[in-house]
Write a protein that binds this ligand. Structure first.
Ligand code: I6G
Length: 668
């Protein structure tokens, strides 16, 4: 039995060492972080139950991977350790219990709490305030000399300024690529047929480990300090938090999120706060690090093989997981765009179960080199739609190439692919049932005609049963036609007809939006309505006239002109007007009726009295812009009940905060 377990431990150790090498040396992991964490935990559990089988070079006892030969090696004077992890509130309690047991007393512990930035750990050595060397962590004992590259990072100070700087000081921290820069970098790379990075961490690691520092200099990297190694000839505070503040005063960058908290409760509250704030941070984080704040206690607690006893990381739910591509479906959208959709082995990632992901277009399929049957990495970061970012393994024999259809999979019309446009489109227009269904769903959606009870399923049935072909046909429906539909019945049919009837009273901007003109969304529809005031003025507008409208450029103007020129669109509009759709007459607004012109508002939390969309409309009617995210350009944040991360950001940026009562007064 024990021979079997020893073999199991040896195999798992070897496997993890290979992953370490791919991750730390080659910047090309072949499994997700989540899968890696599970393997390491499995090994740790096996070793815990069989301590006699623990090897000194087991991945549970070592850090990272040995340095690459291309760079000069640097021996760390003090080892650069890793961190142990906790994954739940119970494990957090156990962490604190272990500390108390070790200290042989129960203290109310203060923790310095910090976001765990997902980047590359780096050591910066300053002598007499001058940066003389930068090194990667490597295996914790020996790292790589990356001084020339690190010196190209804009926020790394080459000289420290201030008082009481130790003669020798080693600052440790993380090099990251900020999310916005990572996204920009990847878009440019894809446009230039160059290699895109899987995630910001890989981008940071790949950029820093360039042999040509000229390349590193072009990459938007940033450094954030998290700790101190060597201190010679200098006194520092007895608090980790105060030490970090001291680093800041000398010019070293710190994350704005570092705080002091009390006990497990304080740590867990911070974890929840940051989990919510995660999407608004400029850099990617994969968890929180809790550190006993007192340096005296840290020294008393000491280290285990590869990690300090006084610190632990509480990981966030994984944003990347592995899955298998089972099949690809081709979806036809409202404007005929044909989108390949990946059908995946369901996997829990970023807090939801993902079983489908867009593959965008044929170029993306080619870029990923993806085939049916491949093992892939699914990424769902910051509430964005899931993406396939990498193919991990392809079994050449059993994998099947993805064949893009030559005709529309729904109506068999020809597919066109305009040069310079990545998207393939069905040319069937409203002949295509898929486009008809999508047009009707869009027409009745909340932002457009807001027909309650006309969801996806009903719209699809109405088209499939041949009851409607265009949105205008909705207004000719009878209860008798609706009742036999699936899950409909008399009551629902009556309600739906009442909703269709009441949708006739609308606004010009909503009607324009509902028509589904390409590239004309919510904001453009409003701009068109307020600029031209009548439907006929919009229908007849020349390209020159359209270009005078806010946010309308050549392409959108062309789509608007094309739409209104087409006979079948004119017929549908005529039929809709004849069905009784109407809106209040618009008048040119004088600026004195727009007292909030030029002001930007953000609405957050639950507004109890008027609701968010009503508040948005009221503010816009007075000329204000209502935005979805807080920035330094925001003038006011209206914070309702249970407001979260946007309120925190507003407080940090010093943006004026209004309660719902304040808002009501302002609107009056
Ligand atoms: O790898 C790390 C990332 C972040 C760390 C760390 C950290 O603090 C925010 N802190 C320590 C003490 C260590 N590694 C060893």
């Amino acid at each position: 039995m024990s021979k079997l377990i020893a073999q199991q431990i040896a195999n798992l150790s070897l496997e993890i060492k290979q992953y370490n090498q791919q991750y730390y040396q080659l910047d090309s992991p072949s499994i997700t972080d989540a899968e890696y964490d599970r393997k390491l935990r499995e090994l740790r559990l096996l070793e815990q139950n069989n301590p006699e089988l623990i090897q000194a070079n087991s991945p549970t006892q070592t850090v990272g991977s040995s340095a690459l030969s291309a760079f000069t090696k640097v021996t760390h004077e003090l080892p650069m350790l890793s961190l142990d992890n906790v994954f739940s509130a119970e494990e957090m309690d156990e962490f604190i219990e272990r500390i108390n047991n070790r200290l042989k007393r129960t203290l109310q512990l203060n923790f310095c709490v910090e976001p765990k930035l997902d980047g590359l750990a780096i050591s910066l050595l300053y002598e007499k305030g001058q940066l003389i060397r930068a090194a990667t962590r490597g295996d914790g004992a020996i790292g790589e000399d990356v001084t020339r590259n690190v010196k190209t990072i804009k926020n790394v100070p080459h000289h420290l300024h201030g008082n009481n700087i130790p003669a020798r000081l080693e600052v440790r921290g993380e090099v990251v690529m900020p999310i916005a820069d990572f996204e920009k970098f990847n878009l440019t790379a894809i446009a230039n047929n160059a290699k895109a990075f899987v995630n910001p961490r890989n981008a940071a690691a790949g950029s820093l480990r360039q042999l040509d520092s000229g390349i590193t200099a072009t990459r938007p990297l940033a450094f954030y300090s998290y700790g101190i190694g060597i201190i010679e000839q200098g006194e520092l505070a007895d608090s980790h938090y105060q030490r970090l503040q001291q680093l800041k005063s000398w010019g070293l960058p710190l994350s704005d999120e570092i705080q002091l908290r009390e006990g497990a409760k304080g740590c867990l509250e911070y974890y929840e706060t940051l989990l919510e704030k995660r999407t608004n941070l400029p850099y990617e984080i994969d968890g929180i690090v809790f550190k006993v704040d007192s340096i005296t206690l840290q020294e008393e607690l000491g280290f285990v093989a590869r990690a300090p006893r006084w610190a632990t990381a509480h990981k966030f739910p994984a944003q990347e997981e592995q899955s298998t591509l089972l099949d690809v479906e081709f979806q036809v959208g409202r404007t005929g765009a044909i989108t390949p959709v990946a059908i995946l082995q369901p996997v829990f990632v970023g807090g939801v179960t993902v079983s489908r992901a867009s593959l965008h277009n044929a170029d993306e399929i080619q870029r990923l080199g993806i085939k049916i049957g491949d093992t892939v990495i699914i990424r769902r970061a910051a509430d964005v739609i899931p993406q396939i970012v990498k193919v991990l393994a392809s079994n050449k024999e059993s994998c099947k190439s993805i064949i893009f259809p030559e005709v529309c999979p729904v109506c068999q019309s020809e597919i066109e692919r305009i040069e310079d446009e990545a998207i393939a489109r069905c040319t069937g227009g409203l002949y295509c049932a898929a486009q008809r269904k999508e047009a009707i769903k869009y027409f009745s959606s909340r932002k457009a005609m807001n027909i309650d009870g006309l969801g996806e399923k009903v719209a699809e049935q109405l088209v499939d049963e041949g009851l409607i072909n265009t949105p205008a046909d909705l207004f000719k429906l009878s209860t008798e036609q609706l009742i036999p539909l699936e899950r409909m019945g008399v009551k629902k049919a009556e309600n739906l007809l009442a909703a269709i009837e009441s949708s006739k009273q609308t606004q010009l901007a909503k009607f324009i939006l509902a028509l589904g003109i390409r590239e004309v969304g919510d904001a453009t529809a409003k701009n068109l309505a307020h600029h031209f005031l009548t439907l006929s003025a919009i229908q007849e507008a020349s390209t020159e006239a359209l270009l005078k409208v806010d946010d309308i450029g050549e392409i959108v103007a062309k789509h608007i002109r094309t739409f209104f020129k087409q006979a079948h669109n004119q017929e549908v509009i005529q039929a809709l007007l004849e069905a009784g759709i109407h809106w209040p007459k618009l008048q040119k607004k004088a600026d004195d009726k727009q007292p909030l012109k030029g002001k930007t508002f953000v609405l957050t939390g639950t507004l109890l009295k008027m609701g968010r969309s009503e508040a948005k409309q009221a503010l816009e009617a007075l000329g204000a812009k209502v935005s979805g995210s807080v920035s330094k350009n925001t003038n006011y944040v209206v914070a309702g009940e249970a407001a979260g991360s946007k309120l925190i950001k507003a407080q940090e940026l010093g943006v004026e905060i209004l309660s719902e009562e304040n808002l009501l007064l302002l609107l009056e």
